[in-house]
Design a protein around this ligand. Sequence first.
Ligand SMILES: Cc1ncc(COP(=O)(O)O)c(C=O)c1O
Ligand SMILES: N[C@H](C=O)CCC(=O)O
Length: 428
Amino acid sequence: MNHERSHALFSRARELIPGGVNSPVRAFKSVGGEPFFAQSAQGAYIVDVDGNRYVDYVGSWGPMIAGHAHPQVLAAVSETMVNGLSFGVPNALEVTMAERIAQIVPSCEMVRMVNSGTEATLSAIRVARGATGRTRIVKFEGCYHGHGDSFLVKAGSGVMTLGLPNSPGVPSALADLTSTIPYNDFDAATKLFDEIGSEIAGLIIEPIVGNANCILPRDGYLKHLRELCTKHGALLIFDEVMTGFRVALGGAQALYGITPDLSTFGKIIGGGMPVGAYGGRRDLMEQIAPSGPIYQAGTLSGNPVAMAAGLATLDLIQVPGFHTELERRTHVLCDGLEAAARDAGIAFTTTRAPGMFGLYFREGPVETFEDAKASDTARFNRFFHAMLGRGVYLAPSAFEAGFVSSVHGDAEIAHTIDAARASFAELG
Ligand SMILES: Cc1ncc(COP(=O)(O)O)c(C=O)c1O
Ligand SMILES: N[C@H](C=O)CCC(=O)O
């Protein structure tokens, strides 16, 4: 494959943009080599500036659940943008969005729109602290909640990929207020709450971890956390920026039947436009300014074009059977990859939730962050490039989940499995 134009752009980018990218995981640092620069994307495919076409399992890191450049989403954006790009006063679409989120996710009795997942999680823990009068936050090793100071403690995603689990620039006085425990460890959670439960404002979790590859909760684990939070008066915050509207229409909380106090969203509800949201119990959300004293604001929040793209995407995924079909496709893909690896004698396993998956170069099961870290990442990196060379774009890190969309059809999945068969054979 020729990557001349991407290479030239990357050289220019590195002169002025740190690392040549505007978000670290895009830099291909852990897999090696250089990123390709996008020219366009349509359906399940992304095309680079050199004309190479890839089946895309990154999907802009989650928003493109109905495929790239879906005509209905583009039409909604076009119709909306001609009326103006931003108003700085309320608009009807943000009300419709709040109504839609509240209808789909019943735990969200009220909703506030923001501009990114990071803003949503930052705001949610501010509410947790403000409402409880407590300062401590609990998070899980390998979970990523955006780049807010309180979250860059033993975090996943690019932080983990680049080996920077605790970022310089985060004051220790603040980082010390974040306690981390291992995901899926019942006893560690109980012990921590027994020790400092009365100081904990909120526990934030990716209910399915998508930023340490893809790790599913053990039976009863989320219920256990719900009970601990209730017992100790701490708020349970589900970070559904990735899982929301994906693993089920109502997100992981619907899939597992757990009611969090607060939830955070992003990605899908912007349909590819910058967006975030947080919502939850009315008595908590009423404490946000101007209803209450907890301050949070945003010049572009509730942006009409982003709302239009998000609502059009929600229209597409609210079709009955959408998530069942997404789940079926995810299984076909993962079963096919596992079979190809088995035939090649490669130690390999997958984890899956509807519309998302993890790939591991090790035997299963994978249930903890330690299990995920035990994957042979050097092998993953070689596999990544072998697949890219065959026109399949996987997440450029062994610690990121992959995403399946509704337009990853039989042809794309068959091509991916064929590519994997050839790539596994090359790994030896
Ligand atoms: C679970 C989760 N929370 C929060 C974030 C932060 O979202 P954003 O990148 O939009 O700030 C992300 C992704 O980056 C995420 O996957
Ligand atoms: N894992 C991150 C979000 O889900 C990847 C997006 C980014 O940080 O650029």
